[in-house]
Design a protein around this ligand. Structure first.
Ligand code: ZN
Length: 297
């Protein structure tokens, strides 16, 4: 991105990240106290990982009642309009609930990093002046008890997909630690979040990283492969990768470029969910095409 990212570009990237559940809180486009990004091209340069330390459970069982989206409503509300700021404003750009649901509080600058420094660290290349982290980095509050390494797999999955989306949106080189520091990497004397090591974060990113290369195939090219199911084109591979990334097909499915042919079983699985009345559920309709590639669901 050679220009400052707009609200529309931001929303398109998040909506297309393959994150199952996203909420944009009202006022997410607001600019707070006239603050603007001071990073390269007037964009943020990294995402700071925080935890709320206020979760109701440290269980990682997805069925646990404390890991349902509604269980974290209070936490999400608190982060969205932090009551100790006057007037209240977001305490981070994102909140990541234990269910994997993502709340977008703002895409503009807000307070989350506080006093700190990257001088003499592996992040010094970001050239952030001391105590100015808020103007150079986004923040995500991950709902957790903060007592141990207790993030849910759903949280890791959303974080990994968000990481890829932000990297592409802002033109960051990759999803390495350099672009995803923990709060304690910025403020080691004051902060302990997040408890997970940077290598654990990287491991989880790799585990959940998308296989799709981010290019939307041409619908007509894709339809050719729908009609001739012996074709193993790049377009089919992109469809298969995208379906795998958003949770369809068998768990460890790795579509291979120029080998993967029309994913019949997975298309049926997809259409059974979205178009149960369809006569032939193995085909790709125009609505599904848009939903899969643009909306990531
Ligand atoms: Zn923090």
């Amino acid at each position: 991105m050679s220009k400052s990212v707009s609200a529309d570009q931001f929303k398109k990237a998040i909506d297309g990240a393959g994150i199952e559940s996203v909420k944009y809180w009202s006022g997410w486009k607001n600019e707070w106290r006239g603050m603007k990004w001071k990073g390269k091209n007037n964009n943020p340069q990294f995402l700071v990982l925080h935890h709320t330390a206020g979760a109701s459970t440290d269980s990682t069982d997805p069925k646990h009642k404390g890991n349902q989206t509604s269980a974290d409503e209070g936490q999400a509300k608190f982060v969205n309009r932090h009551p100790s700021f006057d007037p209240s404003l977001p305490a981070s750009q994102f909140t990541l609930r234990r269910s994997g649901h993502l709340d977008v509080n703002t895409f503009n600058v807000c307070y989350h990093a506080g006093e700190g420094s990257f001088k003499g660290t592996e992040w010094s290349g970001h050239s952030v002046p001391d105590n100015a982290g808020n103007s150079y980095g986004l923040g995500i509050e991950i709902v957790s008890k903060g007592q141990k390494d207790d993030l849910t797999e759903a949280q890791w999955q959303t974080l990994a997909r968000l990481a890829v989306a932000l990297k592409d949106l802002y033109g960051w080189k990759d999803t390495s630690t350099y672009y995803f520091p923990r709060h304690k990497d910025w403020a080691p004397k004051r902060k302990v979040d997040i408890k997970a090591s940077n290598s654990k974060v990287q491991k989880k990113f790799t585990e959940y990283a998308g296989q799709w290369d981010g290019h939307t195939p041409d619908y007509d090219v894709l339809k050719k492969a729908d009609e001739d199911r012996t074709l193993a084109s790049k377009a089919v591979w992109r469809l298969a990768c995208r379906l795998a990334d958003i949770g369809y097909g068998s768990k460890n499915w790795k579509p291979e470029l120029y080998v993967q042919t029309w994913p019949v079983k997975t298309m049926i699985e997809y259409n059974e969910r979205w178009a149960p009345d369809m006569e032939d559920k193995s085909v790709l309709g125009p609505k599904a095409f848009t939903r899969i590639f643009e909306e990531g669901k």
